[in-house]
Design a protein around this ligand. Sequence first.
Ligand code: MN
Length: 283
Amino acid sequence: MKIRILISNDDGIYSPGITALAKVASRFGEVRIVAPDVEQSSMGHAITASRPLRYKRIRLDDFEAYRVNGTPADCVALGTHHWQRIDLVLSGINLGLNLGNSCWHSGTLAAAKQAALLGSRGIAISTAVSDKEEPDFSALEPYIAKVLDLLLEEKTMPLVNVNVPQKPRGIRWTRQSVRHYDGKVVASKDPMGRPIYWFTIRPLQGAEEGTDRWAVEHNWVSITPLRLDLTDEKDLARALALHHTPPIATGTSGNSQKNKTSPPAAKERKATRRTNKKTRNRS
Ligand code: MN
């Protein structure tokens, strides 16, 4: 039986990246496209909760395609609702890389993440673009196919972020680079002299070896397995060791328990007071 592949993106359904991805994906299974009607780049994992969603069936090459008045995450939720037993969600091919910290803002990755949240699998695929021309998708096709070959073999990776440089020389497994943040606010003036601000992305160089940014800087296709659980295990372990949760009084636990837990509990109360004070000062 053919696998079912739902395709979405954040560049909008009319982006050339989505048909390029659908073409490669159709070699691996049955394909359906559900994507935003307009660009939703950098919208992250927003969902539309205050108004209804609608879709329209459209013609996109030979693919069954639906454009939705919503975010990438909406599209995956809606697509999954209408097409049962989806095996895989592919998001992209995004016109622009999604490396390091930009994963937190990416709508492309959010579509894949929505699949993972729903218990399916999601793979986000992004590529480098220049100001002058669109990416050469036919040149990227063999690499995308190779990545899908590789990832479909892996049954245990629910969420994967893939970035493809313009002229790849091979494929590397990587980790997310979070050492530097590339977002910056730049102040300017509008024609009337009033202050305006651009939230810009500045190029970063010199990433740590083995990371997604490093791989793409060295012309490797980067594959990063991601996880949904954001818990900082080290901090959690430290917090659990320092602050004993006070036991629930049962009447039999006695004073020894109380004595053991009272100093950290007092510390916690102090900390709470401090936080409250801070909050008051700010408002
Ligand atoms: Mn985009």
